[in-house]
Structures are given as structure tokens and as C-alpha cells.
Design a binder for this molecule. Structure first.
Ligand code: LMR
Length: 341
């Protein structure tokens, strides 16, 4: 009898020990766990350090690491160090990165709504773009990525794009004739340059300096902070301040990662996202201004500022492109965007 009792006690102890061990080794990233989940988050992007994207990502890191008492570590990879334009989206889907922040022009293959920043002369300010993406239609476009297992969390602006080239000053639409321009990708930008008599091709951002230096393309369009921080002005004699299209970003995560977060952990990450968004939005315009000044001081590229009459000539030339793409993107979306001045 004594032996049977001993055996039962032993078995009970064994069961208890095994279930405790199972609890301990159960995934720290299970949404059912209580307490802050220990983890390392990777944020990957393609631009340099002195940009709104990096500033926003670092602000996210700061808040998340502090609020989690260091239980959550955030690693930020700028300059395509981890993933570049070609593979960052699929690596987000595969949860090899937990956040990416692509230029929306790189998402146009997923949904035509992401062509909004490429619509010529649509938004007049960062504020108008922020308001659109915070609104009902912007959110609707983000939601369409869910079919890929991707969540659009917020829009981070960079700003208006300008055209650089190594051939001649551009002051009127005809000046672009015969040039080959690198774009961020998508049929809208392709059609925009075709309408102006130029050829175009998309090249990953990480390969752009070399492509410009070697003359693979004559020019490109970008924001001042992207041009300056990557020193494109060193290899482009002319810059035209035109602001015809924009660089706006989508902060994206994947549903696998997001669905594995418990409420406490998610709240901390959400705080980080809010701060990152605020910092990126607040810093974008100033960074562009500073970059423009630095380029002037370096004196490698000659900056031509178009007058409003000169801009109107481009607007007129690009009207057919605007109209065609307004239909493709959807009249209700365009109406909303146009109301955000
Ligand atoms: C570019 O490829 O020129 C930009 O979209 C890069 C970026 O992310 O700002």
C-alpha cells in the first residue's frame, strides 16, 4: 500500500513538473500570455539616416524599448542593409522583418490606390497628404493589403519630388524629350514620362547612385532629403524644383507578428508607432529644407526653381495622365484626395 501511495505521489509530481516546464517553454510571443512578451523586432528600410523614415523608426525603437523595460529590442536597418526594394515586401510577409516603410509607389502592383502620391500636382502640402491617408479612403486602400497578410498602420510623408538630371536644365515639358529617367516604379510614373517624351525605367533605390554615375539613366525624381543624403547631386548637374509628385510611405507590419501580440505588448508597440508617425511627420519638411540648403552649399548641382507659370505648363501637359489615372484609381478616392488641400 505504501509503495502504491509513493508511486502515485511520484507520478503526480512528475505530471506537475512536466506541465510547469511546458508553461515555461510555451512561446513568449503567444497572444494568450500575460505580461510584456520578450522579443526582437526588426525594422527594415532603404533610405539613409538623415531622413524622416529613419528618424521615425528610431523614435519607435526608443519608445518601445523604454516602455517595455528592454524586454522588447528593436533593430533598425537603414540603407537596404537588411532588405532592399526588391525583397522587403516578401520578407515582411514571411515575418523576417516586422516593419517596413516603403514608398507607396512600390506598392502600386498590390493596389492602384497607392498611385496617389504619383498623381501629378495632386497634393499641395504634407498636411493634405497626411489628412488623406488618415481619412476613410486612405484607410480603405491600406486595408486592401490584408489579402497578403499585411497591415497598413500609418502614412509617413517625405514630401514633394523634384527632377534631377545630368543633361541640361529642365524648365519646360519639352526639355525632357529623349531623356531616360529612373522612377520608383509603376505604370503611372512610366506614363507620366512617356507623355513628356522621355523613357523611364525603375531601379532599386540602393542601386541608384551607381546607375546615375554610370549614365544608365540620365535622371531621376526624388525629395531633397533623398537626393542629398545619398549624394545624387554629386552625379547630377541639374535639379529642377517642381514638386509634381510625392514620396509618401506606408508603415507596414504582417498579420502573423501582429496576431501573436498580447494586449499589453500591442499597446506598447502601438505607442511606438504613434510616436514614430509623429516624429516622421514633424521632421519631413525641415529635413527637406536642410537638404536643399546643403545641396546649394555643396554647389554640385544647379537648382532651378520653376515659376508658377512654368509649373502650369507641366500641369497642362500632364492633364491626360491625371485624368486617365483618376479613373483607374477610382473617382471616389480622387474626390476625397482633391478635397484635402
Ligand atoms: C526611391 O526609391 O527613390 C524612394 O522611394 C526611396 C524612399 O524610400 O524614399
Amino acid at each position: 500500500m505504501k509503495n502504491v501511495k509513493k508511486l502515485i505521489t511520484g507520478l503526480l509530481l512528475l505530471v506537475l513538473t512536466l506541465s510547469l516546464a511546458a508553461c515555461n517553454s510555451s512561446s513568449k510571443t503567444s497572444a494568450d500570455d500575460k505580461g510584456i512578451q520578450k522579443m526582437t523586432i526588426k525594422i527594415s528600410h532603404v533610405v539613409a539616416e538623415n531622413t524622416p523614415k529613419q528618424k521615425g523608426a528610431l523614435a519607435m525603437k526608443d519608445v518601445i524599448e523604454k516602455e517595455s523595460d528592454g524586454k522588447i529590442k528593436v533593430q533598425v536597418y537603414p540603407n537596404s542593409q537588411l532588405f532592399g526594394d526588391k525583397d522587403e515586401y516578401q520578407n515582411l510577409v514571411a515575418n523576417n522583418a516586422q516593419f517596413i516603410i516603403p514608398d507607396m509607389s512600390k506598392l502600386v502592383g498590390n493596389d492602384p490606390g497607392f498611385n496617389i502620391p504619383a498623381m501629378p500636382f495632386l497634393f499641395e502640402s504634407d498636411q493634405a497628404a497626411d489628412d488623406f491617408w488618415d481619412g476613410e479612403k486612405g484607410k480603405e486602400i491600406f486595408k486592401r493589403l490584408e489579402k497578403d497578410g499585411v497591415l497598413g498602420l500609418s502614412m509617413w510623408p517625405n514630401g514633394a519630388k523634384h527632377i534631377t538630371n545630368d543633361k541640361k536644365p529642365i524648365t519646360k515639358p519639352e526639355d525632357l524629350q529623349g531623356m531616360k529617367i529612373r522612377t520608383q516604379g509603376g505604370q503611372l510614373l512610366e506614363s507620366l514620362y512617356k507623355t513628356l517624351g522621355a523613357g523611364s525605367t525603375s531601379i532599386p533605390f540602393g542601386e541608384l547612385y551607381t546607375a546615375l554615375q554610370q549614365g544608365t539613366v540620365d535622371g531621376e525624381e526624388n525629395t531633397y532629403s533623398n537626393i542629398e543624403s545619398k549624394k545624387f547631386d554629386e552625379v547630377q548637374k541639374y535639379t529642377t524644383d517642381i514638386g509634381h509628385t510625392r514620396v509618401d510611405y506606408a508603415l507596414l507590419t504582417n498579420t502573423k507578428f501582429w496576431g501573436g501580440l498580447n494586449d499589453e505588448t500591442k499597446a506598447i508597440i502601438q505607442k511606438g508607432i504613434e510616436k514614430g508617425t509623429k516624429v516622421a511627420r514633424k521632421s519631413a519638411a525641415q529635413l527637406n529644407k536642410d537638404a536643399e540648403k546643403k545641396m546649394e552649399d555643396r554647389g554640385k548641382t544647379k537648382v532651378t526653381k520653376l515659376t508658377s507659370e512654368q509649373k502650369d505648363a507641366f500641369k497642362k501637359a500632364l492633364e491626360p495622365v491625371y485624368k486617365e489615372w483618376a479613373k483607374k484609381i477610382g473617382p471616389d478616392i480622387i474626390k476625397d484626395a482633391e478635397s484635402r488641400k
